[in-house]
Ligand binder design. Structure first.
Ligand code: C2E
Ligand code: CA
Ligand code: CA
Ligand code: CA
Length: 280
């Protein structure tokens, strides 16, 4: 038994080393990815559930690496966060998303489109974060009302006062803020009272089976009720079936996003589909 324990320990250590080496390798390539033009934004539409209009989209990062192929963001974002590279990446995403949205809103789309970008907690807590946003808006000329920021609950874990200050500055600029993956982490209802936010994005783990599962219905109903009482919008993500849409409509959810409406699309495909739609 002793021997087995030792062996297991060795295997564990070996795996750890392999994981570290892999992370290091990814980091080295990621460092050059921006300059080498390997990053791309995909756009996933958001639909207003009452009007069925596409009123915005979430920008989602894609990395096509000559070394590794397509690496999902769930794999490289955590490495970028650990190494601080995320600041440079987030900045690239914000600028690219604003630039693209400015173009779409001034050319072909018939009603305003709001673009949402994901901001890492590390970046959001930098004291000059609002300046970064301000500069990009100035540079791209995008209306601040057409930019939304998605942050997760763990962005708030410490530095509460600084977070509130930053959120106030963003709000004063006209930017909207959504809490992403709501309910997934160690949520605290405390910040709902204190923080100037605009919407809750219910995590897709609660949405996935909401048409079949009593507990999930209860949770989504309760979140929606709470959000509306607090004057917040409710967005559901991860909608994959028509049944789920019907349940969410009955519950009174405001916006939906998911494969059923559309997968995240590269710029060209997004344009090909949405410039044709007769939305007025
Ligand atoms: P997220 O912010 O929760 O983004 C939603 C994820 O759900 C996306 O995965 C999207 O493709 C996926 N999704 C959308 N609809 C459905 C559906 O109906 N069913 C299922 N099963 N999944 C759906 P993706 O693009 O792989 O991104 C994963 C995560 O990586 C994101 O989760 C976000 O946390 C992070 N991420 C992506 N882009 C960025 C970025 O530009 N900056 C930062 N900091 N993080 C990013
Ligand atoms: Ca998000
Ligand atoms: Ca999410
Ligand atoms: Ca997430």
């Amino acid at each position: 038994a002793k021997l087995k324990g030792r062996n297991n320990y060795c295997i564990y250590e070996q795996e750890m080393n392999q994981a570290n080496e892999e992370a290091l390798l990814i980091e080295n390539h990621l460092r050059k990815a921006i300059d080498n033009n390997e990053l791309e934004l995909f756009f996933q539409p958001k639909m207003d559930l009452s009007t069925r209009q596409i009123n915005g989209m979430e920008a989602l990062l894609r990395w096509n690496s000559p070394m590794f192929g397509n690496i999902p963001p769930d794999k490289f974002i955590p490495i970028a966060e650990d190494t601080g590279l995320i600041i440079k990446i987030d900045n690239w995403v914000i600028e690219r998303a604003c630039e693209q949205n400015k173009e779409w809103n001034s050319s072909w789309y018939s009603s305003p489109l709001r673009v949402a970008v994901n901001i890492s907690p590390l970046h959001f807590r930098l004291p000059n974060f609002h300046n970064v946003i301000e500069n990009v808006l100035e540079k791209t000329g995008l209306d601040p009302n057409l930019l939304e920021i998605e942050i997760t609950e763990n962005s708030f874990i410490d530095h509460i006062e600084e977070c509130i200050e930053c959120l106030n500055k963003l709000r004063n600029m006209g930017i909207t803020v959504a809490i992403d993956d709501f309910g997934k982490g160690y949520s605290s209802l405390n910040y709902l009272r204190k923080f100037p936010i605009h919407s809750l994005k219910i995590d897709r783990s609660f949405i996935h089976e909401v048409a079949k599962n009593r507990e999930d219905i209860a949770i989504v109903k309760a979140i929606t009720y709470l959000a509306h009482e607090l004057n917040l919008k409710v967005v559901a993500e991860g909608i994959e079936t028509r049944e789920v849409i019907e349940v969410l409509e009955e519950i009174g959810c405001d916006e939906i996003q998911g494969y059923y409406v559309s997968r995240p699309l590269p710029k060209k495909e997004f344009e090909a589909i949405y410039r044709r739609l007769p939305y007025q």
